[in-house]
Design a protein around this ligand. Structure first.
Ligand code: 5GP
Length: 190
């Protein structure tokens, strides 16, 4: 998506060979017009997949996932990174955080995702696919299936992309980065 790539070129900061900082438009401050545009791109692409729910992981997946869910006229469910006392029957899965470099627990109230649901999973980044695999296991535990994977920024030189392709999921990355070496963003289609 041209506007997302332009935003990355102008505002993102390369913090290392595999890490991009996007706090000014996606990870802390949110560019709402860009979220609307990304939500539209996801919704248009997956419109014929009979999506019944959009699922993401808090917190940075929420704005694009919400924008897509509004357009698909389905609920959006976000998987939590802690277990509030209000949760009565939580499902848990352990995940390794790419940015925090440690394991943490993801949590989903049982019953929000139902058997037969066709899930569009959306997230801000795809790196090694650990967050996706954890969400996938929760979705499968609930008897639902993944009908599409929408990623705002994928780093195609990391392992997540291959995992998603190998599983045969319908996959839409809006920006595909093939390298962050030497402080430079190189695009998959360069
Ligand atoms: P994965 O589980 O695919 O290894 O990593 C995906 C998660 O790690 C994303 O949800 C995102 O929060 C975070 N992440 C991965 N790579 C980056 C990156 O380059 N920059 C930022 N800001 N977050 C990242």
């Amino acid at each position: 998506m041209r506007s997302l790539c332009k935003k990355i070129q102008e505002k993102a900061v390369v913090l290392g060979d595999d890490l991009l900082k996007v706090d000014t438009f996606l990870n802390q401050q949110v560019d709402t017009a860009l979220m609307e545009e990304m939500g539209k791109a996801f919704a248009d692409h997956f419109r014929h997949e009979n999506i019944t729910k959009v699922v993401t992981i808090e917190s940075s997946g929420i704005p694009p996932a919400y924008a897509a869910a509004v357009r698909l006229h389905v609920p959006m469910v976000f998987i939590k990174k802690n277990t509030p006392t209000t949760m009565v029957d939580p499902l848990h899965v352990q995940v390794y955080s790419f940015t925090k470099k440690k394991h943490y627990i993801l949590c989903l109230e049982r019953g929000l995702i139902k058997p037969g649901d066709r899930i569009l999973f959306i997230d801000d980044f795809l790196a090694n696919g650990e967050a996706f695999k954890a969400a996938e296991s929760l979705i499968e535990k609930e008897g639902a299936s993944i009908a599409g994977v929408g990623i705002c920024i994928e780093k195609s030189f990391q392992a997540g992309r291959q995992y998603i392709k190998d599983k045969g999921y319908s996959f839409l990355p809006l920006a595909s980065i093939k390298s962050l070496k030497n402080g430079q963003v190189l695009w998959e289609d360069d």
